[in-house]
Design a protein around this ligand. Structure first.
Ligand code: OGA
Ligand code: MN
Length: 299
């Protein structure tokens, strides 16, 4: 296995390994170590089947069930495997028809254009996410990644002190409302969960900003104060020097660590051009804070 850094300390291209085959424990450990030092790894020319993507991903932990699949009626889902996320603009199983302009799945997916960390609205957010490319538009539709360790390091001392112990609330409702889309679903899935804004990587000990468009509140702050501050911080954290933009080739597999990286999709003509990526996510560990239940005032 060889790794060529394309953005030193952040993004590496991995060759000399066939991830369609079962891996040895040593290979898994090598990839994990590389994920810890880089945070984004790209594996070109890996013609994975759905099944092989799930098997490869499961080497790194327990797979997430995507919220979109969970909320969708089983007969409407495109894939048999519920762990596999449908990151396409297809009208479900009919891959020749693109989603209509008003399709709620399209509206939901448009929020992927906001910088975010996957599943940060869950008590246990995603650790690694893996995207495999099947069909790409002729123009646009990149995925961009921003290094939240470098972004944290670059903060001035005062801002570090301000954010170091900050607790924020994440919800899928907050990211979707930013683009004017109202999420409907079970109340349990929509309720904000609390995370620290600054997290420490369990292996490297490096601090990073656990930012995400799913954040909509800061403990102890008024909502407008919080939203204005989060905007500033996101702007800081996504300056070009912290960002890598991945132009997809068919059969690229890119994996990243959501505990240290934010990402977003870039625009493409999704009403005219086809794009198909398959996603798997691994549950992350060590991010959520324990939160004592709030006492209801007696009537
Ligand atoms: C995702 C995601 C970005 C993209 O699948 O979680 O954010 O470029 N995708 O489609
Ligand atoms: Mn995402």
């Amino acid at each position: 296995m060889m790794i060529q850094p394309i953005q030193p300390g952040f993004v590496g291209v991995v060759t000399g390994i066939d991830i369609c085959q079962n891996l040895t424990g040593q290979q898994v450990a090598q990839i994990e170590a590389a994920m810890d030092s880089f945070a984004v790894l790209s594996f070109p020319n890996q013609p994975l089947t759905d099944e092989q993507q799930v098997v490869f991903s499961a080497n790194f932990g327990e797979l997430e069930i995507p919220l979109a699949a969970q909320m969708m009626a089983p007969e409407k889902r495109r894939f048999q495997k519920i762990e596999l996320g449908d990151i396409s603009n297809f009208d479900g199983k009919n891959t020749d028809k693109l989603r209509d302009r008003e399709d709620s799945r399209r509206m939901y997916a448009l929020a992927n254009r906001l910088w975010h960390s996957d599943a940060s609205f869950r008590a246990v957010g995603a650790g690694y996410t893996l995207l495999h490319s099947r069909v790409n538009p002729t123009k646009g539709g990149n995925t961009e990644f921003a290094d939240m360790r470098a972004a944290y390091d670059a903060l001035d001392m005062k801002t570090k002190a301000l954010v170091d112990d900050m607790i924020v609330g994440h919800s899928i409702v907050y990211s979707r409302e930013q683009i004017g889309f109202e999420v409907k679903g079970e109340a349990d899935n929509l309720k904000p969960v609390k995370h620290r804004l600054v997290v420490t990587h369990p292996v490297t000990g490096r601090k990073s900003l656990y930012l995400s468009s799913h954040i909509g509140e800061i403990d102890g702050w008024l909502i407008p104060e919080a939203r204005a501050f989060l905007r500033d911080l996101t702007e800081h954290a996504t300056q070009r020097q912290f960002v890598y933009s991945h132009k997809w080739e068919v059969n690229d597999l890119v994996m990243w660590d959501n505990r240290t990286v934010m990402h977003r999709a870039t625009r493409f003509d999704d009403l005219k051009e086809r794009r198909d990526l398959r996603r798997t996510s691994i549950k992350g560990v060590g991010l959520a804070i324990d939160h004592a239940p709030v006492q209801q005032a007696a009537e």
